[in-house]
Each structure stands twice: as C-alpha cells, then as structure tokens.
Design a protein around this ligand. Structure first.
Ligand SMILES: NC(=O)c1ccc[n+]([C@@H]2O[C@H](COP(=O)([O-])OP(=O)(O)OC[C@H]3O[C@@H](n4cnc5c(N)ncnc54)[C@H](O)[C@@H]3O)[C@@H](O)[C@H]2O)c1
Length: 255
C-alpha cells in the first residue's frame, strides 16, 4: 500500500508516537485524521497543513470512534480509509499487594484494560468494517490496521500486571484478526516499542528512565518517535507484513 494519496486514521495523535506518525505520513503524501481525547490534537493537525484534520474523541467510545472513521472516509476522496495507526493508550503502575498489604484497585486495573485493550478492539472493529467497502488494490489489499503493543507484553516488570495484560491482549489479537480479515484483504500488525522518548515516559522517574536507556544493548538510548513512525510506514508499504508483532526496542529485555 502506498502512503501517497491514501487516507490514514491515527489515534493518540496529539502526542508522542502518534504525532510523529502523523508527521511522517503527511511528509510521504498521505492524508491523515488525527484523533485524540486531548483538544491539543486540533493544533497538532493544523501544524501539518491541509492534508491533516483533527477529531477529538475517546478511543473507548463507540460513538466517538464511529465519528472518527466516518471523518476519515469523508476525507479520502472516495478511496476509503486505507489504514489505522492506533497509538492511543495509557501507562499504569500498581502492585497486586502494596507495602501495607492492601490489594490493588480493581477499578485502576479495569481502566487500563479498557483503554489499551478494549479501545484497540473498538477501533479495529469499526475501521475494518469501513475498509471492507474499499475497492481492492491490484494485490487485493483493502486496508491495514497497525496497533501499538509494548515489550511489557512479553517482559512485564513488577507493578505492570494491568499494563502488560492489556498489551499482551493487543499482541494476541493480531493473528486471529489477520486470519479473519484476510478474506477482505485487510492486514493486521502490532508494533511493540521498547522505551521511547515521549511525554508518556516523563511519568516515569528520571532515574528509572536512565536505567532503562542503559539497559538497551544498542543503541544505548531511548527510541525516538520518528523511529516508530518509520516502522509504521514500513508496515503500510510492505504487504507481506501481516498477523504478527514487531519488537522495536534496540534489543532490550526488561528485568
Ligand atoms: N513511550 C514508550 O516508551 C512506549 C513504550 C511501549 C508502548 N508504548 C505505547 O505507545 C502508545 C503511544 O504512547 P506515547 O508514548 O506516544 O504516549 P503519549 O502519552 O505521548 O501519547 C498517548 C496519547 O494517547 C491519548 N489517549 C490516552 N487515552 C486516550 C483515550 N481514551 N482516547 C483517546 N486518546 C487517548 C493521549 O491523550 C495521548 O495524546 C501507547 O499505547 C503506549 O502504551 C509507548
């Protein structure tokens, strides 16, 4: 699939990995709908010029995501929604049992799973339904769904039960969704980033961020959002990438 002339919906696009992906796709000649629950997404879209529009919405809301998908279809000049790069998500930390022996909050666990996992399913179902109506390319391709997991899906640390489970669920959906949607020519992939320099990382104490950077075999630094954007672009343009998850992590294995 070409980036040039196609329309992509990017969630979590007000910030970090989503914002960098929107910039990269616009630079490649794509049209983008930037979706985020933050109002700041409007300024982000404006900064990218005429090929970008904003949509404020919550990834867990049926109505909001229906609106976002409809807007992308509307922006596509009759070609339909070609791809989703789904980056909206939250990080959370919380032990099963705290120092005083109190159990973790069930509400906090549910919130993480609701945004990261159920939100992913929400956009996948609505976007793929719209993509089935697209005219296929010569390769029979109608669309591509790119989700954002995390290496925490595989090497979760203490305190990451909720986050790791939510991201492992995203990884787990790649293959069954790709198998199901193959008859429509829709691919499904996930990217599992290691540790990237985004506003989300600023929620982690400096010392912990430095320790994580030092634990990356090579390059010994945090990932740059543009490196995530390049992987998303590769997945869009390489039709053989399907039903899998790509670790993008400089070789780090978290302890
Ligand atoms: N930064 C990292 O090191 C890293 C590592 C692994 C995975 N990830 C994943 O990458 C994705 C993007 O993270 P980032 O680092 O760019 O973080 P970020 O905080 O910079 O961006 C996340 C964006 O998602 C939006 N968002 C959150 N909840 C939402 C909701 N309910 N509806 C709509 N939008 C919502 C936020 O407003 C924000 O703009 C997340 O899924 C995160 O878990 C990040």
């Amino acid at each position: 699939m070409d980036v040039q002339g196609n329309t992509f919906l990017i969630t979590g696009a007000a910030s970090g990995l989503g914002a960098a992906t929107a910039e990269r796709l616009v630079a490649g000649g794509g049209n983008v709908v930037l979706c985020d629950m933050q109002e700041g997404v409007k300024a982000q879209a404006e900064s990218l010029g005429a090929s970008a529009v904003a949509c404020v919405g919550d990834i867990t809301s049926d109505a909001d995501m229906q609106k976002a998908v409809a807007l992308a279809v509307e922006q596509s000049d009759g070609r339909g929604l070609a791809g989703v790069i789904h980056c909206a998500g939250v990080v959370s930390v919380g032990k099963l049992v705290d120092r005083e022996g109190n159990p973790a909050s069930l509400e906090a666990y549910s919130k993480t799973v609701n945004i990261n996992l159920i939100g992913t399913f929400n956009i996948m179902r609505l976007a793929s339904a719209a993509m089935t109506k697209n005219t296929p390319s010569d390769d029979g391709e109608r669309g591509v769904l790119i989700n954002t997991a995390s290496i925490a899906a595989f090497d979760g640390q203490v305190g990451q039960c909720a986050y790791s489970a939510s991201k492992a669920g995203v990884v787990g959906m790649s293959l069954p969704a790709a198998r199901e949607l193959s008859r429509h020519g829709i691919r499904v992939m996930a990217i599992a980033p290691g540790v990237f320099e985004t506003p989300m990382m600023s929620e982690i104490p400096d010392e912990a961020a430095q320790a994580l950077a030092a634990a990356v075999p090579f390059p010994k630094r945090l990932g740059k959002p543009v490196e995530f954007a390049k992987m998303a672009e590769q997945i869009i343009t390489n039709v053989m990438l399907n039903g899998d998850v790509v670790r993008l992590d400089g070789g780090i294995r978290m302890q």
